[in-house]
Design a protein around this ligand. Sequence first.
Ligand code: GLA
Length: 391
Amino acid sequence: MNDVVIQKTSAFFQEKFGSTPEKVVLSPGRINIIGEHIDYNDGYVLPAAIDKIICFAFSKNNSNESNIIALDLNEEMVVDLTAKVRLSEVVWTNYLLGVVKQLQDNGFNFEGFNCVFSSTIPVGSGLSSSAALECGFLYGINALFQLQIKPVDIALMGQKAEHWVGINCGIMDQFSSVMGLENQVIKIDCKTLEFEYHKADFNEYALILFDSNVKHSLMTSAYNQRRQQCEEGLAILKNNFPEISSFRDCSLEQVQQLQNVMSPNVFKRCSFVVKEIQRVALACAALDQGAIETLGQLMFETHAGLSKEYEVSCDELDYLVDFVKNEKAVVGSRLMGGGFGGCTINLIKKGEEETIKSKLVQGYKTAFGIDLKIYDVKIGNGTSLYETIVS
Ligand code: GLA
């Protein structure tokens, strides 16, 4: 599938700019097995890069201007690199402008270039197409102008670009897009950025995503609000328990003792975060031991917490999870990513996938009148150069 997008992007580049691209970059979306909304709460997460990508073709153009074409949208942006960048009305351009701003703010020197990109990552499905956009774009400029930016710094600068656009996100998406490895999940310590790879072996279960096809328009404001509520809760915890410096030092009992001094929402958010941090540790151990039913059970618990305590689910996502809960062949399911729409991630017994898929497609259509989209997940490599360009 990716061969098609690589070929298409390179061919368009050649036609438009009259030469083959100097660099072609592939930058993936991500899934997350467990550990939701805890990257910005100093927790651990368990994501992986997937084989859905954005392909970028780049060449220098010996000017002070960059021409950037979003092939799928048939839209073009011209950036004057001598001017200060400003947010624009066109959403996709802001992620790239945010990257240019990061490079400028950090004193990197680079000149004009031409760029064409095209994607196989569905937008608004919780698969982090924006992180792939930021990191792939930055990776390409880094390669083109030999800026020597380290992979982890590409992720951190990508995250800052996203903040500039308006979502005060954690590091999970950009980190997994850059650092992903085929058939491995990454356990990231979001406090220290230490990480380790764990084999993505789900035994007799397949990883399948069900896309609710609900776009998360509420996401930005609600996301930033959740983050603020967690900060408020943590400040109360620190005030009362001096030994606490982050949520990972905190027990559920300590949160419960402070229920009366927290607003009901702040209390629910803190309870979720503390439990979710514990669940990731259990889930990672379960994965290592091949105890996939245990891992799946933890995923169901995460969904319940995201829905009732963190309140980032929606009727459609709750339906998708509740439906498969009654199916013996499904051992785990939960909403994945920021929430309010996008995908659920599911562990389904191999051989039973088609039965579950067709039941759910029908049920979902009847309940909401929406077509369910389905993605079979393959865990792939992080952002990289594509070396062999066939023109
Ligand atoms: C979005 C953010 C991530 C993370 C998830 C929720 O994808 O970009 O940083 O917080 O939501 O886990």
